[in-house]
Design a binder for this molecule. Structure first.
Ligand SMILES: NC(=O)c1ccc[n+]([C@@H]2O[C@H](COP(=O)([O-])OP(=O)(O)OC[C@H]3O[C@@H](n4cnc5c(N)ncnc54)[C@H](O)[C@@H]3O)[C@@H](O)[C@H]2O)c1
Length: 245
């Protein structure tokens, strides 16, 4: 498939995990991809192995000035932006009485505010291109477990923000979300095999997902194949949320 031939995409948090799989997928389908991340070393590896054109741009997505610099660079180099994948996040643990206020702010800034900033920086370009946005939310937007105070709030806000942006920028820009369940990225590296097996058992699929499985859902929503889908959220969770027992 070459669904992104001639398109320019910006993928945040593209140096690892789901973001890296998305960069690789979009580039393999013809997109020029700007990988926006704070980790230049990991980003360089992704860019070197991807089949296609991948440019790294150092961007802390919680900073509007860095979004503006990114937008300027892409416009100077290609003159259009067709797709934004807002995927970067921050996670700090703690119940409300344990969570330092600065951790709350960091999680909300990187996980929620960044999508607003990305849209603020790129709205004009995405509108001109009749483009699309895909935000990476989470099952934590819809169901809870202890310790995820700030993350759950950020993801719940992100799911609502996606609907808001879809309304605001229609009909030119489609805005959708994916809501991954447990996906085998580095955040699972510290979990013991028994914990992984337990979580796998809570899904209908009986296993953790792969980053590529989320990337293919993101690519679908970003592509013209999803031309009549906007304001939607697609679970990519192996059935994690529909299971009662
Ligand atoms: N892995 C899972 O089980 C899971 C489940 C549900 C949702 N998600 C969501 O999927 C997305 C990706 O998760 P992952 O597990 O692939 O993550 P990951 O930790 O593998 O990769 C995250 C990337 O974001 C980058 N990043 C962090 N802070 C940044 C900042 N301020 N600016 C720019 N880049 C920054 C990191 O450098 C890294 O490359 C996140 O939105 C996460 O909430 C993941």
């Amino acid at each position: 498939m070459n669904r992104f031939e001639g398109k320019v995409a910006v993928v945040t948090g593209g140096a690892m995990g789901i973001g890296a799989a998305t960069v690789t997928r979009l580039a393999s389908e013809g997109a020029v991809v700007y990988l926006a991340d704070v980790d230049g070393t990991a980003a360089a590896e992704v860019a070197a192995t991807a089949k296609g054109t991948v440019h790294f741009v150092h961007c802390d997505v919680s900073e509007l000035a860095q979004w503006k610099a990114l937008t300027e660079r892409v416009m100077d180099e290609y003159g259009h932006v067709d797709t934004l994948v807002s995927n970067a996040y921050a996670l700090r643990w703690g119940a409300a009485h344990e969570l330092p206020e600065e951790h709350w702010h960091r999680v909300l800034d990187v996980t929620l505010k960044a999508t607003y900033l990305g849209m603020a920086a790129l709205a004009e370009q995405l509108t001109a291109a009749c483009g699309s946005v895909v935000a990476v939310s989470s099952v934590h937007a819809h169901a809870s477990m202890p310790g995820f105070t700030a993350y759950a709030a950020a993801k719940g806000g992100l799911s609502a923000l996606v609907r808001q942006l879809a309304v605001e920028y229609a009909p030119a820009v489609r805005v959708n979300a994916v809501a991954p369940g447990p996906i085998r990225t580095r955040q699972w590296d510290s979990v013991a095999p028994a914990g992984i097996a337990e979580e796998a058992g809570r899904t209908l699929a009986g296993r953790l997902g792969r980053p590529e499985e989320v990337a293919s859902a993101i690519a679908f929503l970003a592509s013209d194949e999803a031309s009549y889908i906007t304001g939607a959220e697609l679970p990519v969770d192996g059935g994690r949320l529909v299971r009662l027992s």
